[in-house]
Design a binder for this molecule. Structure first.
Ligand SMILES: Cc1ncc(COP(=O)(O)O)c(C=O)c1O
Length: 401
């Protein structure tokens, strides 16, 4: 049996001396009048990179989504349409504001929300559509924009997993009225925990600043007057400094993510029974997580596959499970009403797996993961023909930290 000599983790950041230097500098200097200096730098870098006017640093993407929904006035009695297959953090904030999620099926290629199902799910209580750019794939934003406009609905982008991806010339984070990014330690840009809310709307931006700071008007640094009950959702300066260091080399980070995917693709693409992340025409995928979906005919579900990888000292993650059938939503009738073909997301999620995609991956480790996958499938009776990759020469990436 193929066993990795050292555990191969499923995800992880790239941290250099620059991150350490800026974090230490922030720990020393981000106080008094300077306390928000690194946040301002990080916010400006994100707004510039994404191509939006405003960025607000927050503790995580969950809080960014919570703030967006609250700032848009979504609450009790409202419904928000979301994809059935995503991480629960896309949906929990809908419940936090007192609204109800309505789950719809996903598309077979990008694994993102199906616009036809969105249209079918719209009812008198619908207030918003929340698209999730899953694993770096982009939603069909043109279709979602048209639906939102036709029905007078808010449109929100959960870009937590998609920094660096693009859709028809616009980067992830540009779609809808506002978007959320995550900088969790597993993400493309990592600060441990962290998030960014981005928007082009000045009004939304100001509303978010007030809500983020316990309902104090932006700029009220001395009077401490609370206009309403808000939240305490600010990012600390050391975290922001880590974000600045990461954004200084964002292009290299994305290039490495794409290289990792390329190494897998070279070995797995075209093998019958294995589907990889898609990059439809007009889109760019930053491939946060390399993901495979196995043909049901191979007869292996994701948890069995994970157990097999685990024996080989390789860490993987299951494709997110459909939320409409989770216990967490058992008492919510709106959430139980899955709209769309329904079995698509179920089938994808049952046989889908994230392969190791952290920044510490190199071509040799990818080769080993693919050899382990081939071994597992052949052992289970699959007749697949392994492809052996010609080594890609990527001099710019040699010595990637
Ligand atoms: C699609 C999606 N949305 C939202 C989040 C929430 O991000 P955070 O952990 O920063 O709150 C995540 C993080 O895992 C995610 O994958």
């Amino acid at each position: 049996m193929i066993v990795a000599s050292e555990r191969i983790p499923v995800a992880g950041p790239s941290i250099t001396e620059r991150e350490v230097e800026l974090a230490a500098e922030a720990a020393r200097t981000a106080w008094y009048a300077n306390h928000y200096a690194y946040n301002l730098r990080f916010e400006a870098m994100m707004a510039d990179y994404v191509g939006v006017k405003h960025a607000v640093s927050v503790p995580h993407a969950t809080s960014a989504l919570h703030l967006i929904l609250a700032a848009l006035g979504i609450g009790q009695g409202d419904e928000v349409i979301v994809p059935d297959v995503t991480w629960i953090a896309s949906v929990a904030p809908i419940v936090y504001v007192g609204a109800e999620p309505v789950f719809v099926d996903i598309l077979p290629d990008t694994w993102c929300i199906d616009p036809a199902a969105v249209e079918a799910a719209i009812g008198p209580r619908t207030r918003a559509i929340l698209g999730v750019d899953l694993y770096g794939s982009m939603c069909d934003w043109h279709a979602l924009e048209a639906i939102a406009q036709r029905h007078g609905l808010h449109l929100i982008e959960d870009a937590a997993e998609a920094l660096g991806s693009a859709y028809h010339g616009r980067r992830a984070g540009c779609f809808g009225e506002a978007a959320a990014f995550s900088f969790h330690g597993s993400k493309t840009v990592a600060t441990g925990e962290g998030g960014m809310l981005v928007t082009d709307s000045r009004d939304l931006y100001e509303r978010v600043l007030c809500l983020r700071d316990h309902g104090r008007a932006p700029g009220d640094h001395r009077r401490f007057i609370n206009q309403e009950i808000g939240f305490k959702y600010r990012m600390n300066g050391v975290t922001a400094a880590l974000g600045v260091a990461q954004m200084e080399r964002i292009d290299r980070l994305i290039a490495h993510k794409r290289a990792i995917f390329g190494w897998y693709r070279q070995r797995l693409d075209g093998i019958d029974g294995i589907t990889l992340n898609a990059e439809p025409a007009g889109t760019e995928n930053s491939y946060w997580m390399v993901t495979i979906v196995l043909d049901a005919a191979l007869g292996l579900d994701k948890f069995e596959l994970m157990a097999e990888f685990d024996k080989r000292n390789i860490d993987t993650r299951p494709f997110f499970s459909p939320l409409s059938s989770m216990e967490a939503f058992a008492d919510r009738p709106a959430a139980r009403r899955l709209i769309g073909p329904g079995d698509r997301g179920q089938a994808i999620a049952r046989h889908g797996l994230n392969l190791p995609s952290g920044y510490n991956m190199n071509e040799d480790k990818v080769e080993l993961v693919v050899a382990a996958l081939t071994e597992i499938l052949v052992e289970k009776g699959a007749s697949i023909t392994p492809k052996h990759g010609r080594r890609l020469s990527a001099p710019a990436l040699q010595g990637f930290p």
